[in-house]
Design a protein around this ligand. Structure first.
Ligand SMILES: N[C@@H](CCC(=O)N[C@@H](CS)C(=O)NCC(=O)O)C(=O)O
Length: 349
């Protein structure tokens, strides 16, 4: 009798949990994206190298390439993206209200944002390891953070930057006055007009902003790094199907670099794996043998579509931040783990 009751209870629980996951499945935004046949990607649009709106109306940068890789994986084409420029204070509301599908905008991954009791987002793997810095005019003779006592500091509101500035200066017992602005252009304008002795932001943003100055070499970024700023894409929390797909697209870019698969050689790799049945893991990755894509709600050629569209993580990095780009930033932490950096992908199997 007890046994019967327990079996009944178990199958009811299984039924219910089965139904629940089906329900979640149905309501995933990934399906909406596919029906719409367009990915709505939230970006900044104001940071050269990351996401920058050019005068011809096109967007460029590593955050943009992430949107393209997602569209290639979800919809088969990197061009099926609608970009939505957002300021820092606007970005999380845009995810929550469903105005955008994915945020790919120099956004720091932290506990308060990636939690149900916080902003309620789900973060994808880090696409750029950054840290917060301070930029000052070279003729100010300031070289250390301590020399900024009693200074006005220009900062963007609604950012981790604002909080870190407070934490770092409090800890070092340095007095300062934050002058807050809505976006990077305003922060820059405030700083250049002399409202502040220093401007603070992610170091990549400081370097990017400086490329647009009339005399970039009259400004220096101090060596002090105030925080960890791991920048990552994010989507709404509680939608595992979308989050899985986003996460494995980022890992695909890293995996491809690890395996030295790029735009130029992918057709050769496909040919090799098609002809050689012993290349089992490569065959699975390239979708020659089915199964991987299906598990994350995508077609089995998702990996091939990504690499054909954007190349691997290293290709993207070199194009926008490499030594021949307008904003050369040494790879450092942003190299592969096997090359003393922090990027590593779990096995794609
Ligand atoms: N990574 C930090 C800061 C990112 C950020 O958005 N910074 C401000 C600049 S101070 C900004 O709006 N930058 C880009 C823009 O102006 O569009 C965060 O996630 O809070």
């Amino acid at each position: 009798m007890i046994k019967l009751y327990l079996t009944g209870l178990m199958s009811l629980t299984l039924m219910l949990s089965g139904c629940a996951s089906l329900e979640n499945d149905k309501r995933s935004r990934l399906d909406l994206i596919k029906t719409r046949d367009k990915l709505i990607c939230g970006v900044s649009g104001k940071i050269p190298g990351f996401s920058f709106l050019k005068s011809d109306g096109s967007y460029q940068g590593i955050d943009i390439e992430i949107c393209k890789a997602l569209a290639a994986a979800f919809l088969g084409s990197p061009n099926k993206v609608q970009y939505r420029p957002l300021t820092a204070p606007e970005r999380f509301t845009a995810i929550k209200t469903g105005e955008i599908d994915v945020l790919s905008r120099n956004t720091t991954f932290n506990l308060s944002r990636d939690s149900i009791g916080g902003n309620g987002l789900t973060f994808a793997p880090v696409v750029f390891y950054d840290g917060q810095g301070l930029m000052v005019k070279s003729n100010s003779k300031i070289t250390r953070i301590e020399q900024l006592n009693d200074a006005n500091i220009c900062v963007g509101s609604g950012t981790t930057t604002e909080q870190n500035l407070n934490d770092a200066f409090e800890e070092k017992k340095i007095n300062y006055k934050p002058i807050k602005y809505q976006d990077l252009n305003q922060v820059v304008a405030g700083y250049l007009q002399g409202r502040c002795k220093a401007m603070t932001s992610d170091r990549s943003q400081l370097a990017a902003a400086r490329t647009g100055f009339k005399n970039p070499n009259r400004h220096i970024i101090l060596n002090d790094v105030l925080s960890k700023e791991p920048l990552a894409p994010a989507s709404i929390g509680g939608d595992q199907k979308l989050a899985d797909a986003v996460r494995w697209v980022i890992y695909s870019l890293i995996t491809a670099e690890e395996l030295d698969i790029n735009k130029a050689n992918i057709d050769k790799k496909i040919k090799l794996a098609t002809e050689d049945k012993s290349k089992t893991s490569l065959r699975r990755l390239l979708g020659i043998d089915p199964g991987l894509g299906q598990k994350i709600g995508l077609s089995d050629d998702f990996f091939v579509n990504i690499i054909k569209s954007t190349g691997n993580y290293g290709d993207i990095y070199n194009k926008h931040l490499g030594k021949d780009s307008n904003l050369p930033i040494p790879r450092g932490l942003n190299n592969l783990y096997s090359k003393d950096g922090l990027h590593i992908a779990p096995p794609m199997k």
